[in-house]
Ligand binder design. Structure first.
Ligand SMILES: [Zn+2]
Length: 186
């Protein structure tokens, strides 16, 4: 863990910080610390790739561009339709989308999770925040106060957070019949 410093006006930073330590102004956990963290739903995503996959809408399994058609980008989501009317519109997630060739791989790797999953085409989505560790000023420097989700632009919390996972908000969602989607690729 690099040494953290707190600055009067700009929150926390690393001693010896480099430009790669930040994404959209948010301090980011260095990839060596990310190893073994995060709990991807369907496959063991290399945690260092999560940010890239979320930023560029890459497949959570292979890292190639996720499947996209007129209805949007393909996402597999844990079925939480009972959570609110219109779910998953407005859902925020740390799980990247997926490409069609990787759907059977994800299904084979996590059959239990698969049973509770739905396939959705996401017409529009945007990076909206990070999941990470929050810090507060302390006598001997910044001290961790817990893990939380913080929206980009949420001041001052975002300046006191070290991000570990990027979050996207999903809009214009349409449920799709996955078997039909997969059949179309043959
Ligand atoms: Zn893939």
């Amino acid at each position: 863990m690099p040494t953290l410093v707190s600055r009067l006006t700009s929150g926390i930073g690393y001693v010896g910080e480099v430009p790669d330590d930040r994404d959209a102004g948010v301090l980011w956990m260095r990839s060596v610390e990310l190893r073994g963290r995060g709990r991807p739903l369907y496959a063991e995503v290399h945690p260092g790739r999560q940010r890239l996959a979320m930023r560029r809408e890459l497949c959570q399994v292979c890292g190639e561009p996720a499947d996209r058609n007129d209805a949007g980008v393909l996402w597999l989501l844990e079925d939480r339709r009972k959570d609110w009317t219109g779910w998953p519109d407005d859902l925020t997630t740390t799980h990247p989308p997926i490409c069609r060739p990787c759907v059977p791989i994800a299904r084979a790797q996590c059959p239990n999770l698969w049973r509770g999953a739905v396939a959705v085409r996401v017409g529009r989505s945007e990076v909206c925040g990070v999941h990470g560790r929050q810090y507060a000023p302390g006598t001997f420097g910044p001290r961790p106060v817990g893990d939380d989700t913080v929206l980009l632009g949420e001041e001052p919390a975002i300046r006191w957070t070290i991000g570990s996972q990027l979050i996207r908000a999903l809009y214009d969602c349409t449920f799709v019949d996955l078997e039909r989607e997969l059949a179309r690729s043959h």
